[in-house]
Design a protein around this ligand. Structure first.
Ligand code: IPE
Ligand code: IPE
Ligand code: MG
Length: 256
């Protein structure tokens, strides 16, 4: 490997990186192969990038694997993807890298064997502590937010039945309450969102959580996304000033 011409600040690696892994299909089509060939290659990238994130000290890696809207793809592509999820979960990647696995999304829509394997992997890796890999499967942010609102009402109704509690009013609704009902409540918001494959959109991913994430887009198709590309994204992140609405001067003062 040639020496890179940049230097990452290892003390300021994003704690949480979210990735929209896009471009598998185009990568395969360019090679005159079926789209599933691209998804297969994409699994290898997941392995490489997971190991590298662990090595760099990233604590949470959230991967957009299959969106609610992806259910509208041809049936053979969907079943190839489900098959890949099953085999990828057999992988030693989690135990070898001390990675805890979690899934978010509407997993009730997934085939039984996939759903079972997901739960098994979550249990099997629950004590791993180097990094948490979160796979967003049958996920979309609007689905997640809608579900959160339904859960808030349902939980309140249950409590209301049991006690002399007041009905749910607008005063009960806080950002904290909504956040607690997001599927991602067990982790901090993403610091950095990367999208590969050249599209400049977020495609219904983590809309609530990325309010203040730094966004990074690159042309590289996901199967070609290298450790070096990951470093470039992190470097871009490290060169930015996160202000969270404050002024540059205020942020500089707080850093002292
Ligand atoms: C991303 O790659 C993976 C999934 C959505 C499952 P695509 O399959 O969207 O690849 P392109 O965008 O068609 O190249
Ligand atoms: C987003 O990619 C979903 C995943 C990467 C899983 P898509 O390829 O589905 O997004 P659009 O349709 O181009 O917006
Ligand atoms: Mg795509």
């Amino acid at each position: 490997m040639t020496e890179p011409d940049y230097k990452l600040d290892i003390d300021h690696v994003p704690q949480h990186i979210a990735i929209i892994m896009d471009g598998n299909g185009r990568w395969a089509t360019e090679r005159h192969q079926p789209r599933s060939y691209g998804h297969q290659a994409g699994v290898d990238t997941v392995r490489r990038i997971t190991s590298e994130c662990v090595r760099l000290g990233v604590k949470y890696l959230t991967l957009y694997t299959f969106s609610t809207e992806n259910w509208n793809r041809p049936a053979d592509e969907i079943s190839a993807l489900m098959g890949l999820v099953l085999t990828a979960l057999e992988d030693e990647i989690f135990m070898k890298n001390n990675v805890r696995f979690r899934v978010i999304g509407d997993i009730d829509r997934l085939p039984d064997d996939v759903r079972r394997k997901l739960r098994e992997t979550e249990e099997h890796t629950a004590a791993n502590s180097a990094m948490t890999m979160v796979v967003a499967l049958s996920y979309s942010a609007r689905w997640e937010i809608t579900r959160a609102v339904k859960d808030i009402i349902a939980e309140h109704e249950t409590r209301f039945d049991r006690s002399s509690h007041h009905p749910l009013t607008s005063a009960d609704i806080t950002e904290e309450l909504i956040d607690r009902h997001m599927q991602t409540h067990f982790m901090p918001d993403p610091d950095l969102l990367i999208r590969t494959g050249g599209e400049l959109r977020v495609s219904n991913y983590l809309l609530w959580q990325i309010a203040y994430s730094e966004l990074y887009f690159c042309e590289t198709y996901w199967p070609d996304f290298s450790e070096d590309d990951l470093h470039k994204a992190i470097l871009s992140y490290q060169r930015r000033q996160r202000r969270f609405g404050k002024t540059e001067a205020q942020v500089e003062e707080e850093r002292k």
